[in-house]
Design a protein. Structure first.
Length: 473
């Protein structure tokens, strides 16, 4: 038997659902084997154990602990592959050898792929064999979710997303909160329009903690004259199925957004400041929709604003101060948007002091991939944050800016935890407060233009359960 009945302080894994160990192991194996297609097979056979991925991982660099070597994090996944689908799997089957995986190994592995992997892709970038280790970790999470071996807090968010439209709450919760923000900041926010050219989405983090950011984003969309709307039955951008390994939920949340955009005749679906929301929607939507997504562009908000700047539709009063920029992994390294936030910083008249490293080589914030939702991972996350702190201080810049809600929240928590005298800001907030317009400038709740956070969310109290969206036939 395992130690799952020990107090949480005595173990480093969480257990979901009441399943016998043999069922958990079988579920995990089934989940792993389902991913063993040609791409995963080529990755598994390509690794030469060079160790370069270790030097790319901020968790390894912060601890010097070999267990955090990225390729090590897929060892049970690799073992299952070798025994069932690898080049010598036929011999194992002929000899009657079962996979050597044990439930104890999977329990230890839970910490490695949920606590110490952001799926940021820096190891992928470093691999001389082109192995997408981040993708393999994501695929391995499918088996771990099936086995019920994932952190409690992440499972709580998954359950909320399954029961309601979003971990934030029900459509009524969403409508109430948006109307509160409208009233507080005096910014018009169209909602539930029957027809609109743009479907705008939000994150639960912004709805709970950052109303000022929602107001500034809406203000810019209105300034650009876009025909846009929120939809209370399809407002959730963050995909907790993607983060947890719940494939069914990932598909349903993605298809919900596509179906709603098509239902209102939208040509554009805008993803807000959220990293994995961008990856899940932009790069995997067609997979879950079941057909090419014709007539609908999936755009990130920084793309929309950068193009408006370059077209001369969006101008800002110059800030004339120095800035350094944290590159969100999913937007920049894995999303191809490196140039866009720099266009916005240039439009703000800010002197950019790049971090070392930056761009596609930049270090992750440490909270992506669901790690921020995992309270158990905080001590490790804070160690990794020291690398970012050192880089920011070395830049000598006055402002520290990013373009991702989760990066901003993660590093705000880290800054507070270590007592660092620094504030992280949103480039979208800066654009919204400095854009040239006839309207009076927005002020944050703290009275500062630029976007101080305010804890003022609406709790998820509704009881309306979501309906499963149909895939494209």
């Amino acid at each position: 038997m395992t130690d799952q009945n020990l107090p949480k302080s005595a173990r480093n894994f969480d257990v979901q659902r009441n399943l016998p160990d043999e069922v958990r192991l079988a579920n995990a194996m089934d989940g792993f084997v389902a991913e063993f297609g040609p791409t995963a097979a080529s990755y598994m056979n390509a690794c030469v154990r060079c160790g370069l991925c270790a030097e790319a991982c901020h968790f390894y660099l912060a601890t010097d602990d070999p267990k955090y070597t990225p390729i090590h994090k897929i060892k049970p996944f690799e073992e299952a592959y070798n025994r069932t689908s690898g080049p010598f799997a036929w011999l194992n089957k002929m000899l009657g050898r079962a996979p050597k995986l044990s439930i104890e190994e999977l329990e230890q592995w839970e910490e490695l792929i949920y606590d110490s992997c952001n799926m940021c892709g820096r190891c992928t970038l470093a691999c001389p064999m082109g192995i997408d280790i981040a993708e393999l970790v994501k695929e391995a999470r499918h088996g771990m979710f099936a086995a019920g071996l994932l952190p409690d807090r992440l499972m709580h968010l998954v359950t909320k997303a399954e029961e309601f439209d979003s971990p934030f709450g029900t459509p009524e919760d969403f409508r109430t909160t948006v109307r509160q923000i409208e009233k507080e900041f005096g910014v018009s926010m169209p909602m539930d329009k029957e027809k609109a050219d743009v479907l705008m989405t939000l994150t639960p983090e912004a709805l709970e903690n950052h109303h000022f950011g929602i107001a500034t984003m809406a203000r810019v969309l209105n300034h650009l004259g876009l025909d846009w709307t929120y939809c209370s039955d399809a407002f959730e951008a963050t995909n907790f199925g993607y983060l947890s390994g719940d494939l069914e939920l990932q598909g349903e949340l993605t298809v919900r957004l596509i179906n709603k955009a098509k239902a209102i005749g939208a040509s554009t679906l805008i993803i807000p400041e959220c990293g994995h929301a961008w990856g899940a929607a932009r790069w995997e939507a067609a997979k879950w929709y079941g057909a090419p997504i014709e007539g609908l562009r999936i755009r990130h908000i920084i793309e929309v604003l950068a193009e408006a700047v370059e077209a001369g539709k969006l101008k800002c009063t110059p800030v004339n101060e120095s800035v350094t920029f944290h590159d969100p992994c999913q937007q920049i390294r894995r999303g191809g948007l490196e140039r866009m936030p720099r266009v916005l910083l240039k439009a703000l008249g800010m002197e950019l002091h790049e971090l070392d490293p930056h761009g596609v080589e930049g270090f992750c914030c440490g909270g992506g991939g669901g790690v921020l939702a995992n309270e158990r991972a905080e001590p490790l996350r804070l160690k990794a944050f020291e690398l970012k702190k050192q880089a920011v201080e070395a830049s000598g810049a006055k402002h520290f800016v990013t373009s991702c809600n989760i990066c901003e929240l993660t590093m705000s928590k880290d800054i507070e935890a270590i007592g660092w005298d620094k504030q992280i800001e949103s480039v979208i907030d800066l654009i919204g407060t400095h854009m040239i317009t006839d309207e009076p400038p927005l002020k944050s709740p703290a009275g500062k233009a630029g976007g101080a956070r305010k804890k003022s969310g609406t709790p998820a109290t509704g009881k309306t359960k979501r309906k499963r969206p149909a895939k494209k036939k």
